[in-house]
Ligand binder design. Sequence first.
Ligand code: SAH
Length: 411
Amino acid sequence: MVQSLTKEDFTSATSRLLGFKFRRCFIIEEEEEAKRSTEAMKVPQVMSMKGGVGQNSYTNNSSIQNIGISQLKHLIREAILDLYSTTFLNNLVIADLGCSSGPNTFMVLSEIIEAIDERKNECNLPLPEIFVYLNDLPGNDFNTIFHTHMARFYENLMEGKKKKLPNCFIAGTPGSFYARLFPMRTLHFVHSSYSVHWLSQVPPGLEDETGQLNKGKIYISAISPPCVFETYLKQFQKDFSQFLRFRSEEMVTGGRMILSFAGRKSGRKEYCYSFIILTQALKDMVSQGFVEEAKLDSFNIPYFSPCVEELKDVIDRENSFDLDRIERFDVVLDACVEDREKPCSEADKYKIGSIMEKGTRAMTEEMLASHFGMEILDKLFQRFREIASERWHDEQDNLLNIGVSLTRKHL
Ligand code: SAH
């Protein structure tokens, strides 16, 4: 086990932990496969974000999510300080679900360590030891997390600090969060940003004998038949309820959980800005003969942007968590634009279009390549950028994010 917080120690300890974790994971998968629900195993393996540290990687194109996580820091601090000051003094077990691979992976952990450090000084409390599980689907780029991002995290943490920081033990946990991932009653704090809006599967029933119900679209659109929205909503309700049930088994009573979603305004059914643009870009590729129409008709994204009422409804009905807070917030994407009140200049529009394009590409490239083929991607996203730049000003007020703070009930 690791006893001190030097970078070398952590790198080697984590490699050992990881090796153990992956071996353990394979054995468990073989033994438990029959027992796990079939739904949980249906998660598309192509869903993972673009790995590595290249130009199109999630590492270099997750600034929108980064802004969103920053805007929920107060909820994270509040939950951690509550836990630290009251209940769990010796150790804190944390899981980050859908951690991906990029600078955001360690952002919340840095925030937690800072908060604990401050409170320890104020109240003269003992330092807890921190155990962190980083979870994502098996296709996630765990190697880059532990090879590159973890080293940077420790460098930043140690920078200019001579004081003692908490011992931290970090391990990777590949698997779907729509199944059990951790032992019963072990987690004190769970965080998941921009992940639980990814469904466990494309909702079944989007096709019927007469053809595809959602023909020409890739997600719920303004002109999709109402049953398309209902099918997506049903899948989200089922998935999110399972997510809560499994976490309630893994978390201690009084444990805290913070979730963030790319959400939707109440009363608006179809909204997901990136997918409206992606649909248009794909349609343009069909008209230009680069993509077969049937291919577009049979593609649907396993994703659902919930509104506040839909989230509350599942949390209430599942009944394992108290809802402490639910907050709507804008991700101020035009932070890169000088004056939000003024109409965007052409250069600003291009800049925003480009951020949207790269962010959406990092999220969907694996999925699109597997369905349509790699060769269409450059052209498709060039068109995406053009549309995103043109339409930005009409759409900017419709982006909505939702943060949720929950406490595991005493049952
Ligand atoms: N939390 C990071 C990454 C968000 S991207 C951030 O805020 O920047 C969404 C992540 O959720 C992806 O890495 C994707 O692979 C992961 N994900 C989607 N479905 C998942 C599932 N069922 N189980 C675990 N991870 C999942």
